[in-house]
Ligand binder design. Structure first.
Ligand code: BG6
Length: 261
């Protein structure tokens, strides 16, 4: 079992964050529904990822391109991070991986603001992928749309070919949009809210819903949970991987804002 998560409070919201993976598990504006999805089947064990909330992905996204047995989505969602500072509404974590020092700042208020800074502490240039793999809670993904990525080319892992319309969830969806800095909006008419995902220092966005078969295949995800979540992920991957000279740093930010209609 993992240590209990840390609790953040602000006049406008609360959040819980595990030191394991520096993992934001919940974020809830006061008087509103939870913003993040968390699977009831998630394991909370050392060495395993938490299924839901905001996994931090580094230094590779998806399967490791060179080593088939390496864990998916990198190393840092599997380990405890160091707690560098704690305030009522703000936490700073640090960890070292792949020759880089990572600093992750989590702050809450009207928004959930996340900032991942990576510094190359080695002596050679390095390249990495990274993501804030955010799981949003929705009333029913089949009623939801995502705007902000129209006209943006994407690679699909599952053969989707939809064009320039807002994203609708009608099947397994697993898209990597490249060269986009756009804000995305998740429209949820069932819960009468809009979730805005703003970002900087990120050139890719991933949109993911596992749908029926993949949900069944994932041991740490309930068979019937797929309608209740949509992932919109702030990413640098593939052609948008980050190159960093020794001593240099790169910062990726994501701000989540909720509009109740
Ligand atoms: C997404 C990927 O980012 O993460 C999907 O695009 C993947 O292909 C999903 O299935 C979940 O990955 P994991 O390793 O947490 O099961």
């Amino acid at each position: 079992m993992l240590a209990q998560p840390l609790l953040l409070t602000s006049p406008d919201s609360t959040a819980t964050v595990y030191q394991h993976g520096a993992h934001v598990a919940t974020f809830q504006p006061r008087g509103q529904r939870p913003v993040l999805f968390m699977s009831a089947k998630s394991s909370y064990e050392a060495g395993k990822p938490i299924r839901g909330g905001v996994p931090v992905i580094f230094p590779w996204f998806g399967p490791n391109p060179a080593e088939a047995t390496a864990p998916a989505h990198g190393l840092v969602r599997l380990v405890d991070w160091e707690l560098e500072s704690v305030d009522e509404s703000r936490l700073v974590f640090g960890t070292t991986a792949a020759g880089c020092r990572l600093t992750y700042r989590v702050s809450i208020g009207m928004t959930l603001a996340l900032e991942l800074e990576v510094r190359n502490v080695g002596t050679a240039p390095t390249q990495f992928e990274e993501a804030l793999h955010t799981y949003f809670a929705v009333s029913d993904c089949r009623q939801c749309t995502v705007t902000g990525l129209e006209q943006t080319p994407y690679e699909s892992k599952v053969g989707e070919t939809d064009g320039s319309e807002p994203i609708r969830f009608t099947r397994e969806t697993d898209r990597l949009y490249l060269n986009t800095q756009s804000t995305c909006v998740l429209h949820d008419p069932g819960w009468q809210r809009r979730i805005m995902v703003e970002k900087s220092g990120s050139d890719c966005t991933v949109v993911w819903n596992p749908w029926i078969a993949k949900a069944k295949a994932m041991p740490d995800f309930g068979d019937e949970e797929w309608p209740a979540m949509v992932c919109i992920e702030t990413v640098n991957a593939r052609a948008n991987a980050v190159n960093l000279a020794p001593g240099k740093s790169h910062t990726m930010r994501q701000v989540v804002r909720v509009n109740v209609l």
